[in-house]
Design a protein around this ligand. Structure first.
Ligand code: NAD
Length: 306
């Protein structure tokens, strides 16, 4: 396994957001780190003093040129991450998630910089089988999923056509400190809040839906490995390979918080996917990726923090 990047000039787009800020924290001591973020959902105070923040939109040529000037490596986390919002306003979501990424890839060509792209399990849509491997057909069920499938493919194509070093990481349900809302793992934050307040924990549907929740520190690990791997032009799932039912999640959260909230059920969410679980063997073999945080442990850490 290779060493993490050191002494490089690195851009983290979306570095003021949830995942991006954890990535910046992991890089900033040993590299020159820049963040490009329009602060639409990210927060200025998440960017450490040793990293420089360029406040601007990915689609702004000037901001993008400043952010990418002389970079060796780019972690592309900036996106409009709301599935719901992509359904309501697909044009806006496409403009940021696809056009913005394409503009970034073009700048990366000029700089000959490696790009690690945040893709998503949403590209698979309703799974035909689990665990979901990278060869699973993509059939996104939202504009957001389609946008991520498109940029995931663009990353591959930029490697094929232009020899650009790209890696796509298909995150499953990421959770961890500093997460605010979002569609993916918001359920963890909501359940934690309900459990702490002693209010009923509300499950949409019967709670038999399964999800693969991956701790943000493992997502950071996958990104650092992608930064130096020889397996460029490829895509990797980033999950744990295990899943839990939403009912089990509610029970575990109740336990780690030490709450006696009752668990109640509401109507199922329309279009909710029943089963999701990553096959992480490709990442294990080719990147040396190894998920390290079991859900119960990750939740216990979260339950203890505010
Ligand atoms: P986040 O909303 O916390 O971070 C996204 C960041 O991008 C924010 O800081 C936001 O201000 C910034 N941003 C949005 N539009 C921008 C624009 N036009 N120009 C510049 N900056 C912009 O979300 P996150 O959960 O940290 O997600 C990071 C990446 O991971 C995203 O690409 C997301 O699609 C992907 N992803 C996340 C999950 C998850 O479970 N959180 C799962 C799969 C994929």
């Amino acid at each position: 396994m290779s060493d993490p990047p050191t002494g490089e000039t690195i851009l983290v787009t979306g570095g003021a957001g949830f995942i991006g800020s954890h990535l910046v924290d992991a890089l900033v001591d040993n590299n020159d780190v820049r963040v490009l973020d329009d602060l639409s959902s990210g927060r200025r105070d998440r960017v450490p003093a040793d990293a420089s923040l360029i406040e601007g939109d990915l689609r702004d040529d000037d901001a993008l040129a400043r952010a990418t000037d002389g970079v060796d490596l780019i972690f592309h986390e900036a996106a409009l991450v709301s599935v719901e919002r992509s359904v309501d306003a697909p044009t806006e979501s496409h403009a940021v998630n696809v056009d913005g990424t394409l503009a970034l890839l073009e700048r990366a060509r000029v700089e000959d910089a490696r790009v690690v792209v945040a893709s998503s399990a949403a590209i698979y849509g309703r799974p035909e089988y689990t665990p979901i491997d990278e060869g699973h057909p993509t059939a996104p069920s939202s504009p957001y999923g389609l946008e991520k499938a498109t940029v995931d493919e663009y990353a591959r194509l930029y490697h094929e056509l232009y020899g650009l070093e790209t890696v796509s990481l298909r995150y499953f349900n990421v959770y961890g400190p500093g997460q605010v809302g979002g569609d993916y793992s918001a359920v963890i934050g909501v359940f934690l809040e309900q459990a702490r307040a002693g209010e009923p924990i509300t499950i949409d549907g019967d709670g038999t839906q399964t999800r693969d929740f991956v701790h943000v520190s493992d997502v950071v690990q996958a990104n650092l490995l992608a930064a130096t791997t020889d397996a460029v032009g490829e895509a990797f799932n980033v999950g744990t390979g295990s899943s839990v039912t939403i009912r089990e999640l509610a029970e575990t959260i109740r336990e780690v918080v030490g709450s006696n909230s009752e668990i109640v059920h509401r109507d199922p969410r329309p279009g909710d996917i029943q089963r999701s679980r990553a096959d992480v063997e490709r990442g294990r073999t080719e990147l040396g990726y190894e998920p390290t945080v079991p859900l119960e442990q990750g939740l216990a850490t979260l339950a203890g923090s505010d």
